[in-house]
Design a protein around this ligand. Structure first.
Ligand code: SF4
Length: 242
């Protein structure tokens, strides 16, 4: 596969895609980065399920992956199995190099409670970095309304952290837009939403949210941490060729 990155005018593409429907953004992404784009899904919120549905309608060969930290809820694994049956795909489980036992031996028990940034780096960020080396672009479920840290999310931009283009087809949609799509298409979602969970990650770091809290308030709520590191840096909008 030949990379398109040297020829891509990413700022112009991003400007043209601003306000476009997610389906149009997905079609652009899959055509532009044919064979070199992967779809990330946490199976912990509704947006990823909507994106999988749209991507599968355009090209069901698109690689779908999730970060299998070893600490996901059973309900998340149940949802992955339902998605596998619905679309006839097997999302790739991207795992850390250290097992939980090896991590405990090297860094002590329950690292997430003492140093969640290091735990996320070991179990999410570095495994994703290794996985994405094969690709020129990744598709995410980020939306501007999810948190103040995400309110400037571009539809497409260069991702300095991972060194490829990052595409967020639902950047401009709201939570209620996504739930309407989920209902219209009768998509399965994580069973924990029915128990008050909004954004669902690893078991030790996720709790249900209370009325009035923002959608990500249930993540790392015992610490000041608000992002796992996958989306921590504000991406630049410069040309991918530069
Ligand atoms: S979300 Fe929690 S348990 Fe999961 S990798 Fe990050 S700190 Fe570790």
């Amino acid at each position: 596969m030949v990379t398109v990155l040297p020829r891509l005018d990413l700022p112009a593409s991003a400007a043209a895609l601003e306000g476009a429907a997610p389906q149009a953004v997905v079609r652009w992404a899959l055509e532009t980065f044919r064979g070199r784009v992967a779809l990330a899904c946490s199976f912990g919120g509704p947006t990823g399920l909507a994106i999988i549905d749209i991507v599968m309608r355009v090209d069901s060969r698109t690689p779908v992956y999730y970060l299998d930290t070893g600490l996901l809820f059973p309900q998340t694994h149940d949802l992955i199995a339902r998605v596998e049956r619905r679309y006839g795909i097997v999302p790739r489980a991207v795992a850390p190099s250290l097992s939980l036992a090896e991590q405990a031996e090297r860094f002590g028990e329950a690292l997430w409670a003492r140093d969640p940034d290091r735990c996320c780096a070991l179990r999410k960020v570095e495994p994703q970095r290794a996985f994405l080396r094969e690709y020129d672009a990744w598709i995410t479920g980020l939306r501007r309304d999810q948190a103040p840290t995400r309110n400037a999310t571009p539809v497409a931009a260069w991702d300095d952290e991972f060194g490829l283009v990052k595409i967020s087809p639902f950047a401009t949609w709201t939570e209620s837009d996504v739930w309407r799509y989920i209902a219209d298409q009768r998509l399965s979602v994580n069973a924990l939403h029915a128990e008050g969970y909004a954004s669902i990650g690893c078991m030790p770091c996720t709790r249900p949210i209370r009325p009035g809290e923002d959608l990500r308030a249930g993540r790392w709520s015992d610490s000041g941490k608000i992002e796992c590191g996958l989306h921590a840096r504000k991406p630049g909008t410069g040309s991918a060729a530069s």
